[in-house]
Design a protein around this ligand. Sequence first.
Ligand SMILES: Nc1ncnc2c1ncn2[C@@H]1O[C@H](COP(=O)(O)OP(=O)(O)O)[C@@H](O)[C@H]1O
Ligand SMILES: Cc1cn([C@H]2C[C@H](O)[C@@H](COP(=O)(O)OP(=O)(O)O)O2)c(=O)[nH]c1=O
Length: 203
Amino acid sequence: MSGIFITFEGIDGAGKSTHVQAVAERLRAAGREVVLTREPGGTALAEKLRELVLHAPMDALTEALLIFAARRDHLQQVIEPALQAGKAVLCDRFTDATFAYQGAGRGFDLAVLAELERWVQQGRQPDLTLWFDLSPEVAAQRLAGARVPDRFESQPAEFFRRVNEGYRARAEADPARFVRLDASGTREAVGQAIAAALQARGL
Ligand SMILES: Nc1ncnc2c1ncn2[C@@H]1O[C@H](COP(=O)(O)OP(=O)(O)O)[C@@H](O)[C@H]1O
Ligand SMILES: Cc1cn([C@H]2C[C@H](O)[C@@H](COP(=O)(O)OP(=O)(O)O)O2)c(=O)[nH]c1=O
């Protein structure tokens, strides 16, 4: 069985974590070995970088470099070996998040991000990206009281509107890879849309 790389994307509170497990169970039931991971993070080194990125003040280039450094380690230590071994890798966020948060959200140079993407990923892209498209207002309502906000979650709604539009631009640039989910529906409706998308790809 060949490996498959699926990423989950969307603004904070869009519902990604809620659905990762169900996708894992579906793939396991179909006989696949599944690796569940996340970014920034997924290795000991990348989790240390995650702590810094989420909590230490820094400028935009430093932030982008740390995120891509974490990604490089994650790809080499976890993602690539799992894919070579024929496993399914489910990753809560990947490079589309960098284009959406650092690029569209913070206004960092997209051309520099594209160059870092090329260096770090050497052509590796997810096979499928599930984009949970949700308005910042609904996401904020869902998150209210749910958890302590990190450096990103404490941003104003306008920031998340830009981030969501950043995701839209990435999805429009690569429609074959992306599935846009209307994340404003019930958990059941979103789950059904995900199941349909997986089924359409023979998963
Ligand atoms: N379709 C939905 N309708 C209402 N609440 C939801 C829905 N999906 C998720 N939630 C809730 O919204 C919050 C954020 O969801 P979560 O999956 O943690 O988002 P993310 O991982 O994208 O940040 C959680 O409290 C979750 O239980
Ligand atoms: C992967 C990635 C995440 N982020 C941000 C988005 C999130 O606010 C934060 C952590 O993501 P996430 O794992 O979704 O946090 P949580 O488990 O609290 O939902 O990192 C970036 O800014 N750029 C990136 O490239």
